[in-house]
Unconditional design. Structure first.
Length: 391
């Protein structure tokens, strides 16, 4: 991993930052920006914010988590008569909709929509309905999108040999990352060298973490009512119970682990679902398992608030990360996962699955070993069952 303490930001950039560091209106505190000597960005302080528990597994900064908590409080205030399940859906779908929006009648519609399925409608909800400031809206949107891209794409970069070489279609995502950083830092003019310096810093914060936007979308898909607009379908939203998912149980699973392990998605060069191999990495492992666990705690929580569920869940994980998988397997059995993935891969055994969809096989093996975070077994020898041989 690249040592961010070695990151040098040009002097001109330092001057620009000192004159344009964005402050939060509510905290009058500068966003954590490193000095010109390349010092590491500060970690969040414990302020009693329940979303601070997301730092370890997702890498967010204090300012982002403050805004996230503000949004949650505003949603609660405007929905006092609603259930925790509904509040949870509204919050997590709003968080995920920064990235997963549009495409009515497809995968992104499987959790419904907040405010509408366009970027402008979502922005109107945050600013017009919730009363979030434009500055805070931009920071939250930028950081959630940036975290999603860097958590899910981190493995495709070799920081030692070619730290900024972007391959194929990833160039589009790289440009998005740079634009989000530019917005976040409130700097109008950056050279590519400066962009790259900031890119390394944020990459090191978000790589090897869970994918928050994906987790939030999956939670929302578990909590949304089956007859919600965009889920069941109405005049303005095509039904999504279609050939991708034939019932709502499958819809909820496809939004999470089954969508990653059981749908051969788009590769860099292939545009349509149903081609190529599956793509299931450590970021998905955290996102998918945490999503179902959190959603189940909200549903069965007997009125326990959403923020309490989040903080208590990650407190439990801090004590024993195996809770992530053991709790998941209590409501979704190992055999259920194995059977569903084998069926979608059109194979009959784990050795066959390993040859066809190695990422999906690796996911199942990690469940078998009850790993709290995903390990790579794809190069290990396997026995006749398709399970790696223990040393």
């Amino acid at each position: 991993m690249y040592d961010i303490k070695q990151t040098k930001i040009p002097e001109a950039s330092a001057k620009a930052r000192k004159s344009s560091i964005p402050f939060s209106a509510s905290t009058q505190r500068a966003v954590n920006i490193p000095d010109n000597d390349g010092a590491q960005m500060q970690e969040p302080a414990n302020t009693g914010n329940p979303f601070m528990s997301l730092v370890k597994d997702f890498g967010f900064e204090d300012d982002t988590l403050r805004i996230m908590n503000d949004v949650y409080k505003k949603i609660r205030e405007k929905n006092k008569d609603k259930s925790e399940k509904y509040i949870g859906w509204l919050f997590f779908r709003a968080m995920s909709q920064f990235y997963y929006f549009g495409f009515r009648g497809s995968w992104s519609a499987g959790a419904g929509f907040v405010g509408g399925d366009s970027k402008d409608e979502l922005k109107s909800y945050f600013i017009g309905v919730l009363g979030l400031s434009t500055e805070d809206y931009n920071v939250l949107r930028g950081m959630i999108n940036l975290q999603h891209i860097m958590a899910s794409k981190a493995g495709e970069y070799d920081p030692e040999k070619e730290p900024f070489k972007i391959k194929g279609l990833d160039l589009e995502n790289y440009v998005k990352c740079l634009n989000e950083m530019k917005l976040r830092l409130n700097i109008r003019d950056m050279t590519m060298e400066e962009y790259n310096g900031w890119y390394k810093i944020y990459r090191d914060k978000f790589s090897n973490k869970g994918d928050f936007a994906h987790m939030a979308y999956t939670i929302a898909a578990q909590l949304v009512e089956d007859d919600a607009p965009g889920v069941k379908g109405n005049e303005s939203a095509a039904p999504v119970v279609n050939n991708l998912w034939r019932n709502h149980t499958t819809r909820r699973r496809i939004a999470g682990w089954l969508g990653d392990a059981g749908v051969s998605g788009r590769t860099k060069w292939q545009k349509f679902w149903g081609s190529g191999k599956t793509d299931f990495g450590p970021d998905d492992y955290i996102a998918d398992l945490d999503a179902e666990n959190i959603a189940n705690r909200i549903i069965s929580g007997s009125g326990v608030s959403v923020d309490q569920v989040i903080s208590s869940y990650y407190e439990d994980l801090a004590k024993n990360e195996k809770i992530r998988v053991t709790e998941f397997l209590k409501h979704t059995s190992f055999e259920t996962v194995k059977k569903a993935v084998l069926y979608r891969a059109r194979v009959y055994s784990l050795p066959q699955l390993k040859r066809k969809w190695p990422d999906s096989w690796n996911f199942i093996v990690n469940l078998h070993f009850r790993n709290g975070t995903m390990k790579d077994y794809t190069k290990e020898k396997i026995d006749s069952r398709g399970i790696p041989v223990e040393p």
